[in-house]
Design a protein around this ligand. Structure first.
Ligand code: SAH
Ligand code: SF4
Ligand code: F3S
Length: 469
């Protein structure tokens, strides 16, 4: 079980820091963290804030006053790398203005991939470190004051530590991520993640449960278990729980009212997880199950190791266990050699399954990945064609999302209240089990509670509702 003392000490640091000197016995330095990419990066940023808090760093939203600026990067597609470039421009301007009192660090997947090359390209950069180096942040920042530091080593299973520090900012929330696994052993041919995150490693279940318990004790009601391929959790560790067993164990902890998880790989999702949807009311009706393409020919060349039929059967089984399943997915269009017929199969899968939501991307060629070899043999899909396919998919998805949301009008749904609505005063918001955002008139004192709400109006990405009389 986690030691609770540090929680009490780090909690006040979550409060926004106003200008002026900080109390002598309180935090003395400020850290600004910008996060790009997936939940793994979000989570690592939380760990960085937590570890730094114990070294006297308070989180700040003002980059211009930060003693330490960290950008946690993503390299899954080309665009996120461009974001890094413009971000660093801003960070270096702060460093110059503060006469080098600010340390600038690049973390995450671009850091892992580029390492030393980033230092060569950006002379003002102090520190570059990959995901495995997160626990050493304090030592690295100190060392970088003398000379630039690069740490992009992958650690062996014996040396890797899953940090048990709890993000001071997560404690103030109703919903929090908990990592269950790092890295990925799959080799989907388009994907850079195995190169930036290293081999798959499952976090000991005792640690996961301790972290969930600590979060639940601090008021968190919804836990999202995260990993790149959560369905393979524990399989390579003798005696460890399977993913399904982990779900049951988390559901048994007091205070955990909702469990979500991401990301699932369709190949590894077993009957035991399907059964969990029958047994565990805490397990939400939302499921993100990336399919990538509706064409077997493309799936084969992506090395996803399932067919369209297997995916359909799996979804059928899941809907059998959980009739109100709210399914979302990821789609890549323009994979090397994708024909009009292949793309038509992706569109027909959308029509057949009516995904509630999807994240769709144009294929982006990434360093080291096997698909680069395919590019030599297969026809590259011209950008205009890929763009056209993307727009066609997205416009159809928007219509379906709206129609699926409209089916909820008039229904009474349980909403976990997360906070005030961003737009309207007197309106609060929260999510349904199916992950739909609902805005409705209500008092902020309801935050953290699950309340019934009648849906009055559907939009493409959210719902409007009111509390029943
Ligand atoms: N582990 C997750 C996905 C991680 S990456 C899984 O297996 O599903 C998140 C999403 O980014 C992927 O599902 C994929 O749709 C997209 N993606 C990954 N590499 C990409 C690339 N090279 N080009 C375009 N999209 C990509
Ligand atoms: Fe990438 Fe595939 Fe691993 Fe997901 S399962 S992170 S898409 S290699
Ligand atoms: Fe991006 Fe790395 Fe996540 S490449 S999607 S931040 S694992």
């Amino acid at each position: 079980m986690a030691d609770h003392a540090p929680l009490a000490r780090t909690l006040p640091l979550a409060a926004p820091i106003e200008g002026g000197p900080l109390a002598a016995n309180g935090p003395t330095k400020r850290v600004f963290v910008r996060t790009f990419g997936c939940q793994m990066n979000d989570y690592d940023s939380g760990k960085l804030r937590a570890i730094l808090a114990r070294d006297g760093y308070a989180p700040t939203d003002e980059m211009s006053e930060a003693d330490l600026i960290i950008v946690n990067t993503c390299s899954v597609r080309e665009k996120p790398e461009q974001k890094l470039h413009s971000f660093l421009g801003e960070a270096f301007a702060v460093k110059r203005r503060r006469k080098s009192l600010t340390t600038v660090a690049v973390a995450g997947c671009v850091a892992q991939q580029e390492g030393e090359r980033l230092l060569a390209r950006y002379r003002e950069l102090d520190l570059v470190f990959g995901p495995d180096a997160v626990p050493g942040i304090v030592r690295m920042v100190e060392a970088s004051k003398k000379a630039p530091v690069v740490d992009t080593q992958f650690l062996d299973a014996e040396d890797y530590v899953f940090s048990s520090e709890v993000d001071p900012m997560a404690q103030a929330r109703v919903s929090a991520f908990v990592t269950i696994q790092k890295g990925c052993d799959n080799k989907c041919t388009f994907c850079i993640v195995p190169f930036t995150r290293g081999p798959e490693l499952s976090r000991p279940s005792a640690e996961i449960l301790a972290e969930v318990r600590a979060l639940a004790d601090s008021g968190v009601r919804e836990i999202t278990l995260i990993g790149q391929n959560v369905n393979s959790y524990g399989l390579k560790v003798p005696g460890e729980k399977t993913f399904a067993e982990l779900l049951y164990a988390v559901a048994a902890l007091p205070g955990v009212e909702r469990i979500r998880y991401t990301t699932s790989h369709p190949r590894d999702m077993g009957e035991d997880v399907v059964q969990a949807y029958r047994d565990l009311p805490q397990l939400t009706s939302q499921l993100h199950l990336p399919v990538q393409s509706g064409s077997d020919r493309v799936l084969r060349r992506m090395k996803r190791f399932y067919t369209r039929d297997r995916y359909l059967q799996l979804v059928d089984a899941l809907v059998g266990a959980r009739p109100d399943l709210s399914l979302s997915t990821d789609i890549i269009v323009g994979f090397p050699g994708e024909t009009d017929e292949d793309f038509a199969e992706t569109l027909s899968l959308l029509e057949r399954l009516r995904f509630h939501a999807s994240f769709s991307f144009k294929y982006s060629a990434r360093p080291n990945t096997a698909a680069l070899k395919l590019l030599e043999r297969e026809e590259t899909v011209p950008d205009e064609v890929a763009q056209e396919r993307l727009l066609a998919f997205q416009s159809r998805q928007r219509v379906i999302s709206l129609e699926e949301n409209q089916r909820l009008e008039g229904q009474r749904l349980d909403v976990l209240v997360e906070g005030p609505s961003r737009h309207d005063e007197g309106v609060i918001c929260g999510r349904t089990s199916g992950f739909k955002m609902v805005n409705f008139p209500g008092d902020i004192s309801l935050v953290g509670q699950i309340v019934p709400v009648v849906i009055t109006r559907a939009f493409t990405n959210s719902l409007r509702g009111e509390r029943p009389a």
